[in-house]
Design a protein around this ligand. Structure first.
Ligand code: PLP
Length: 384
């Protein structure tokens, strides 16, 4: 028999026995959804990210929707979103009945281009959503310098748990922050998200909208003096509550976050050394302003000098058992956005270029030293 073909995946969650043990408590107690585990996870997450409030949700997508709804974003409003991002960032604006206005990104950091964002401002601009793509914080100081103070800032920190910028953790860099615990992200609860804010009023509003617009949470109601009475419902809300089973997993994962990032950061230095000699492969740059969370390691294949087109390189690596992916898509070139808003692919050339030429290579906490060497050697073999 031949040995099984080696496959190094692009990402893999690191969960195991500790998470397995942790879910016993909620399963045995019978309190399965938003309860004591969620409360503990929220407190720990807020502490780690140095924010006053953290509210667990079912995903980052719903956290984004909740954040925008809590800020009062609605029909007639415009929200500026970088085009090179996961589609959910823009979709959340549409869920509010508002209009996403896509802008361009910086081709070296892959984050929002402040000048392009500024060029999209109108009197209808209500908010802007800088995305900390792949775990690198957007250049918030440069952005603030060009955005009027009344425009609210929602951080899409889906990839940025544990990242920071000029001494402030992601999640506290704008009015509200939104994180993801999808298995592709730094820490996971299966599906899940977190909304963070330092604004007490906003936190209260988000808490109410998270649970059907109910004036009291289930937990408060059960613990209160009249648990038999229903809360009042004065506005349209949603059900975006996380389960206690997920939160129990999240607490364990959060405890590992720093170690996960340190380990990935270590291996980015390895890639820098190993791949430095390939002139057509631009490696992601470590930021000077703070900590990169390295949710993904996204390189750029120079189309002018690469020996093969990017997709061809990805196909070759695939046959060697090395998984790669385009960094992400340019939302303005996706069918729904193109057809509904009449975008042309070349409207935002930076995002288009990143969509076409970026290549994420494996970086995750299940990889061994041998795996990293294998990936580097596979890429080097294409450079000969
Ligand atoms: C993953 C991701 C999301 C969506 O997160 P979910 O938890 O899957 O809803 C949003 N924005 C960005 C930038 C992402 O990478």
């Amino acid at each position: 028999m031949t040995a099984p073909k080696r496959i190094i995946q692009i990402a893999q969650p690191s969960t195991g026995d500790e998470e397995w043990q942790a879910i016993r408590a909620p399963l045995q107690s019978g309190w399965l959804t938003q309860g004591p585990q969620v409360a503990a996870f929220e407190t720990a997450f807020a502490e780690r990210h140095q924010v006053r409030h953290a509210l667990a949700t079912t995903s980052c997508t719903t956290a984004l929707h909740l954040a925008l709804a809590s800020l009062g974003v609605g029909p007639g409003d415009e929200v500026i979103v970088p085009s090179f991002t996961w589609i959910a960032t823009a979709n959340a604006v549409l869920y509010c009945g508002a209009t996403p206005v896509l802008c361009d990104v910086d081709r070296t950091t892959y984050t929002i281009d402040p000048a392009s964002a500024a060029s999209k401002l109108t009197e209808r601009t209500k908010a802007i959503v800088p995305v900390h793509l792949f775990g690198r914080c957007a250049d918030m100081n440069a952005l603030r310098a060009v955005i009027p103070a009344h425009v609210r800032i929602v951080e899409d920190a889906a990839c940025a748990a544990g990242a920071d910028y000029c001494g402030t953790p992601a999640g506290g860099l704008g009015d509200v922050g939104c994180f993801s615990f999808h298995p592709r992200k730094s820490i996971t609860t299966g599906e899940g998200g977190m909304l963070t804010t330092n604004d007490d009023g906003l936190a209260e509003r988000a808490q109410i909208l998270r649970s059907h617009g109910a004036s009291l949470s289930e937990e408060q109601r059960h613990a209160g003096p009249q648990p038999y009475l229903l809360p009042s419902f004065d506005e349209l809300g949603f059900n975006y509550r996380m389960t206690d089973v997920q939160a129990a997993i999240g607490l364990v994962q959060l405890g590992k976050l720093n170690a996960f990032i340190d380990e990935r950061d270590h291996w980015t230095s390895f890639y820098e050394d190993a791949l430095a000699g390939i002139p057509w492969l631009r490696l992601p740059v470590k930021p000077n302003e703070g900590r990169h969370a390295w949710q993904a390691y996204v390189t750029y294949v120079d189309p002018e000098t690469a020996p093969l087109p990017r997709n061809e390189l990805m196909a070759r690596l695939h046959t060697m058992g090395v998984a790669t992916r385009p960094g992400t898509h340019a939302v303005h070139s996706l069918g729904y956005y193109r057809d509904r808003f009449g975008y042309h692919p070349e409207d935002l050339p930076g995002a288009r270029d990143c969509e076409r030429n970026t290549m994420a290579i494996p970086l995750h906490n299940r990889m061994t030293a041998d795996d990293y060497r294998y990936v580097a050697d596979a890429i080097l073999s294409l450079a000969l």
